[in-house]
Design a binder for this molecule. Structure first.
Ligand SMILES: Cc1cc2nc3c(=O)[nH]c(=O)nc-3n(C[C@H](O)[C@H](O)[C@H](O)COP(=O)(O)OP(=O)(O)OC[C@H]3O[C@@H](n4cnc5c(N)ncnc54)[C@H](O)[C@@H]3O)c2cc1C
Length: 459
């Protein structure tokens, strides 16, 4: 049986895996974290339909679990690759979970008794989790993980677990293993958030009431750390005025990030809408931007409808630094750039209770290591993977038999990730057909036209 390795189990990797198994290809879906779903699992609603993100992704996640053709390699990263196109061998390292996965029932009795609390990565550092925990309620796989770095070995979880599923440090360890005879590899490692601390004017993490778009998203999610309420981190109060600052770490040549992060305009308006739906006239929402980029189907209409329904103030401007003003209130001075408005009042001073920074996308943490291992050039915008050699080949191989898709290639919304995942899966499937025929295994993608021709003449 032909095999394809898909690295990264966010929405892109999941979609690619599901498409491949439909064509009878065995898939190894490799995920470095303790759950699958990637960033989509962290979202509340999704634009432009406002459907629940969990509903959008959960059926696909369950299809992955149910399909015998997909082998999930959790908490696993690629450490090496050898071989040639059509027949790669990858070396992997599996981190220890310190849990007997066969015995854990996911009841979380261990979590309840654990005395250690650390910041929750899933809640973007806003909430806390225990040292033995499920990444989030409803996480897949639905079992816990023991974080040995923070565990104080008090032994309470060992005694509490009704199934004796918690393992001692000595009973589990990192494991190296190999998967051979891999025809193609799809890199779907996604993104990480740009760190606004790179630009001191935003005062991120030095002023408590300056948060990122992802933190705002977690707060407004019903299962988030504040139960769906938008709150100031300084005093826990619901803000009366919020300013959303666009293009943080995007479209800024001065910091070497010329590219547009493509989803920030949309996720900002989505969250502005949720805040207005919740608090109505008790909250005043202002968006500071240079322009709106809402390019998808129905996006512009979604944007316009929300702005009109809720009377959201939008200022086309250059925002200055965030400072403390009188009475220790945050203050932002902005310079308008729209000619007609600037002629009347060129400078405006805002005093928001909360500032939300629309931080852009960067390649995911593991991308650099993978690029080194696979000798991949990341010289494109922002260090994302660069598939295809021309504009006419946007899903072309990076190396023969190696493809990249989704937010690992560039900032993208879910729709575009799915499209690219399907295209990469199809390219990888065609590779497997080529090697099945035993033709031109050195360059499997070259075989695509031959297969196509066969299908056409066979009709
Ligand atoms: C605040 C915010 C709100 C958003 N709202 C919306 C919305 O409403 N609608 C919409 O369409 N889009 C939205 N998006 C964009 C959406 O999050 C992305 O389009 C989507 O998550 C990209 O999916 P992906 O699978 O390519 O990447 P990811 O979601 O980043 O998944 C990548 C996966 O790969 C894993 N991985 C990374 N490196 C490795 C490695 N070396 N080895 C193994 N595994 C690895 C990661 O752990 C992760 O599971 C939003 C984004 C943000 C920041």
């Amino acid at each position: 049986m032909k095999k394809v390795a898909v690295i990264g189990a966010g929405i892109t990797g999941i979609q690619a895996a599901l498409d491949l198994v439909k064509h009878g290809v065995k898939v190894y879906l490799i995920e470095k974290r303790a759950f699958i779903g990637g960033h989509v699992a962290q979202l509340g609603r999704v634009f432009p339909t406002d459907d629940s993100a969990r509903c959008v992704i959960s059926s696909k996640i369950h299809d992955v679990l149910r399909h015998p053709g997909i082998e999930l390699c959790m908490m696993t990263e690629v450490t090496g690759i050898t071989g040639e196109p059509g027949n790669y061998t990858i070396t992997l390292k599996k981190s220890p979970r310190y849990i007997d996965t066969e015995k854990c029932a996911g009841c979380c009795t261990c979590t309840e008794i654990c005395p250690v609390e650390v910041y929750s990565e899933f809640d973007a550092g806003l909430g806390v989790r225990k040292a033995i925990y499920k990444p989030y309620e409803g996480a897949v796989p639905g079992i816990v993980v023991r974080d040995a770095e923070h565990c104080i070995n008090c032994g309470l979880c060992f005694d509490a677990c009704p199934n004796n599923a918690v393992l001692q440090d000595s009973e589990d360890s990192a494991e190296d293993f190999e998967i051979g005879n891999i025809t193609s590899i799809i890199l779907s490692t996604g993104y990480s958030m740009y760190d606004p601390r790179n630009e001191s004017r935003y005062r991120y993490l030095s002023m408590p009431d300056v948060i990122t778009g992802l933190e705002c998203e977690r707060m407004l999610s019903p299962d988030g750390p504040t139960g769906g309420e938008l709150r100031r981190l300084s005093d826990g109060k619901i803000p009366k005025s919020v300013v959303f600052v666009q293009c943080v770490g995007s479209r800024n040549a001065a910091i070497g990030r010329n590219f547009c992060s493509s989803v920030c305009c949309m996720y900002t308006i989505k969250n502005a809408n949720i805040a207005k739906e919740k608090y109505g006239d008790d909250i005043c929402v202002t968006i500071l931007k240079s322009e709106t980029r809402a390019y998808g189907k129905g996006y512009q209409e979604y944007n316009r409808r929300i702005k009109q329904t809720h009377k959201i103030q939008v200022l086309r401007c250059m925002p200055g630094s965030i400072e403390y003003g009188e009475g220790n209130r945050m203050r932002i001075v902005v310079e308008k750039i729209k000619k007609e408005e600037a002629a009347r009042t060129p400078i405006v001073t805002l005093e928001p209770d909360l500032v939300v920074l629309a931080a852009g996308f960067s390649p995911s943490g593991g991308a650099e290591q993978l690029a080194e291992i696979m000798d991949i050039d990341r010289s494109g915008d922002g260090g994302f993977f660069c598939p295809g050699e021309s504009v006419l080949d946007p899903t072309g191989p990076i190396h023969p038999g190696i493809y990249a898709a989704g937010a690992a290639v560039a900032p993208k919304d879910i729709n575009d990730c799915i499209n690219q995942a399907e295209a990469a899966a199809m390219r990888a499937y065609i590779d497997t057909l080529a090697t099945r025929e035993g033709e031109n295994a050195d360059n499997p993608t070259e075989n695509a036209p031959i297969e196509k021709e066969k299908h056409i003449t066979g009709r």
